[in-house]
Write a protein that binds this ligand. Structure first.
Ligand SMILES: Nc1ncnc2c1ncn2[C@@H]1O[C@H](COP(=O)(O)OP(=O)(O)OP(=O)(O)O)[C@@H](O)[C@H]1O
Length: 706
């Protein structure tokens, strides 16, 4: 298609404009077609001038009766024209570009104009209307017997395009783009390739692609425009879901995972020893996991649950099941503090059942580490808990059957894969305490099966969340002291962001010193931050857990997973500097036991989105709701995390939150196709295969299809 290589054959595009367009990524007519309007204006109804009212935005058609250029002040001009249509007249006024308008609007011209009606004295007026020439004859008679002029910039639904500064400078406004794109439709008529099969188009009732493109730019009606947008969004969603569908189909055929045939002694004793009743949500999720593990296809499941909902308990169950089936489990956590915490609680629960649990973290002593490695290799250690130290080369398992990854979004694809590669085909359970709405999960993690813990253990008291201006935080300290006096514990957290890490850290340490010397001088304070050695951090955590520290002051190293049910006060300093997900995580460190808890968001005067974030925290305790609000503020891609963001930002029109029903339907189609032809080898799928490969051509996603 050589003709498609240049836009200069189009009317209105010279070499200079072609260069400007190319800079904006528009080098071919195809690119032009893909340059969708930013919005539309409905200018379909043509009104009689005699019946206009002030304030209305309307289109009228008439003949220019007079036109004149007037000086207003020295050096200032205005151009006025009077347009009449037999029912009345209206004055058109321009203050800018007056010479151009004066030369292009002359008495006798038939014009369609669109703008907002104003009244000056008793005279109807329109300032800077958008207009279009309809010829040099009077149009009154034409209007009677139907028009013999064709309206383009008025009298229909008009597309408006985004234009860059360079485009504007080169005289490329919406109006010119409209003409150029219409020219492209004329010159390179739609014979465009389809990117969906006739079967899919029929089954899902979609508009053919060529028609959809035309309607996107020049809608014949609002309904058709909606159909066109649906078609475009559906296609985007289909290709993103196809990636997941093909991955899923691949797993489905890979039936080599060890199947857990029995739940036996370990699981039974574990269950019997629980100090509390599992919630129905936990039981349900455990059933879902057990069902997966019994199959010989590897489990690939994402477990979502709000902070403190009891995910770790579910993970322990899965490990007990693995042990019953003679298999090892590996549990990877994103930070050393968390790995140690999980190690301690797993050891407490599983060791009495005869299961050997070992820790693999960064800076262990060599001797200790060697013993653990030997135990994993000969199978005497059944459960390994650790950080990314577990994926190092020297670590090997004798019969690893289950891989659990906590806070999965903190690990990259490659790190997760490295751990999975420690066994031929292990079952994988990913966990996240940053729950996201179902449709976002589908958009970002569509290849995973999802389990959700949607209820909190019984007896939890809702956390009271309060915004506190910086200058009245003494109140907060008073309450904190009362809580400590009645045997509870508290956290005080300071922000630490990468760009200003050193300054932030110093500020946190100084604040700690000041609190220790003054306001909270009589309480037992502990300090924890990222620059401390693992031993120092561990010791601070240990002492807090053991109740030897009343108030733990620190940076966000205590953000996720830390579980001390006796802590009931969370004070977040400079809360306006934290992201919403982080605030929710931090708040989740309290309210984990039977006592009523409080979270104080101490803030300096804030600007930008901070107010929305803080008010969201006040308004709901629900992590799903929080991430919905977060997505509305920051965009879905940012909520999903780095890796998934690429997928979602590939969506130009579709919004995973707003277009949930479309995603469901596109997902259904993608999964049906993948189930039928997992490598897209069928001749009738060749077109989809090539579109798919093109779609992922320059994305870093692993989109191989055999
Ligand atoms: N069914 C239950 N009834 C009462 N307490 C429970 C129940 N399940 C778990 N717990 C307790 O609730 C606390 C939180 O559980 P757990 O640490 O498993 O939650 P989590 O979802 O992993 O939390 P986070 O996301 O914050 O890490 C723990 O102290 C745990 O012992």
């Amino acid at each position: 298609m050589a003709a498609l290589s240049s836009l200069t054959t189009l009317k209105g595009v010279g070499p200079k404009r072609a260069a400007i367009l190319e800079q904006a990524g528009i080098a071919t007519p195809e690119n032009l077609f893909d340059y969708f309007p930013r919005r539309y204006i409905d200018r379909r109804t043509i009104r009689s001038i005699g019946e206009l009212r002030a304030g209305e935005a309307v289109t009228v058609v008439g003949t220019v009766l007079q036109a004149r250029l007037e000086g207003t002040q020295p050096g200032r001009m205005r151009f006025k024209a009077v347009l009449a249509d037999g029912t009345g007249s209206i004055e058109l006024t321009w203050f800018k570009g007056v010479r151009y308008f004066a030369s292009s609007v002359v008495p006798g011209d038939a014009l369609a104009v669109n703008g907002k009606v104003g009244v000056f004295g008793r005279q109807m007026q329109m300032q800077h209307p958008d207009f279009e020439h309809l010829g040099r004859t009077s149009v009154h008679e034409n209007q009677e017997g139907g028009s013999d002029y064709e309206l383009f910039h008025t009298g229909r639904i008009i597309p408006l395009y985004t234009t860059s500064a360079a485009m504007k400078q080169g005289g490329l406004h919406s109006r010119q783009l409209r003409t150029i794109i219409a020219g492209a439709f004329e010159r390179f008529p739609p014979g465009r390739e389809e990117n969906l099969t006739p079967g899919i188009i029929r089954e899902y009732g979609l508009l053919p692609l060529a028609e959809a493109y035309r309607e996107m730019h020049f809608p014949s009606s609002p309904e058709k425009l909606e159909e066109a947008r649906t078609r475009m969004k559906w296609t985007e969603l289909f290709y993103t879901q196809l990636l997941f569908a093909l991955k899923h189909a691949h797993l489905e055929r890979n039936r080599t995972a060890p199947s857990f045939t029995h739940s036996g002694e370990v699981t039974r004793r574990f269950y019997a020893g629980l100090p509390f009743e599992l919630t129905d949500a936990q039981k349900q999720v455990i059933r879902e996991i057990y069902r997966d593990l019994k199959r010989s296809r590897p489990m690939n499941r994402l477990l979502q649950g709000d902070v403190g909902s009891g995910k770790t308990m579910v993970a322990m169950f899965s490990m007990a099941l693995a042990a019953d089936n003679g298999l090892q489990s590996a549990f990877m956590a994103p930070t050393e503090i968390l790995a140690v915490q999980h190690f301690l609680s797993l050891k407490r629960s599983l060791h009495p059942l005869g299961i050997d649990v070992a820790l693999l973290a960064g800076r262990q002593r060599k001797k200790e580490r060697d013993v653990t490695l030997a135990g994993l290799a000969d199978g005497s250690v059944t459960v390994a808990v650790g950080t990314h130290a577990m994926i190092e080369k020297g670590v090997s398992f004798s019969r690893l059957g289950l891989v659990i990854i906590d806070e999965q979004h903190r690990f990259g694809v490659l790190q997760r894969k490295a751990l999975q590669d420690k066994a031929a085909s292990p079952h994988v359970l990913l966990m996240t305490a940053t729950p996201i709405p179902r449709t976002l999960t589908m958009a970002g993690f569509g290849d995973l099966d999802v389990s959700i813990i949607d209820a909190m253990p019984a007896g939890r008291v809702p956390i009271r969340t309060q915004l506190v201006p910086e200058n009245s935080k003494n109140r907060v300290y008073e309450l904190l002291r009362r809580e400590v006096a009645s045997g509870r514990q508290a956290y005080i957290v300071y922000p630490l962001v990468e760009e200003s890490e050193k300054i932030d850290l110093r500020a946190a340490v100084e604040s700690y010193a000041e609190l220790a010397a003054t306001t909270l001088g009589d309480l037992r304070l502990g300090l924890i931050h990222g620059q401390m050695t693992p031993e120092e951090k561990e010791s601070a955590m240990d002492r807090f857990r053991a109740g030897e520290i009343d108030v733990l002051v620190g940076t966000t190293v205590i953000e996720v997973g830390v579980d001390v049910p006796n802590a009931t006060v969370m004070v977040i300093e400079h809360a306006e500097r934290f992201g919403l997900a982080q605030l929710h995580q931090l708040r989740g460190r309290v309210g984990r036991g039977r006592h009523a808890s409080s979270c104080f968001l101490v803030h300096a005067p804030f600007s930008g989105d901070a107010g929305e974030r803080l008010r969201a925290m006040e308004s709901t305790p629900d992590g799903f709701r929080i991430s919905e609000i977060d997505a509305a503020i920051r965009g879905a891609g940012n909520v999903l995390g780095r890796e998934q963001a690429g997928m979602v930002s590939g969506l130009k029109l579709a919004d995973p939150l707003l277009d949930a029903p479309l995603m469901q339907s596109a997902r259904k189609a993608a999964f049906a196709l993948a189930a039928e032809d997992a490598e897209l080898r069928g001749r009738e799928h060749a077109m989809i295969r090539s579109c798919y490969l093109r779609y992922y051509h320059d994305r870093s996603t692993l989109a191989d299809i055999g």
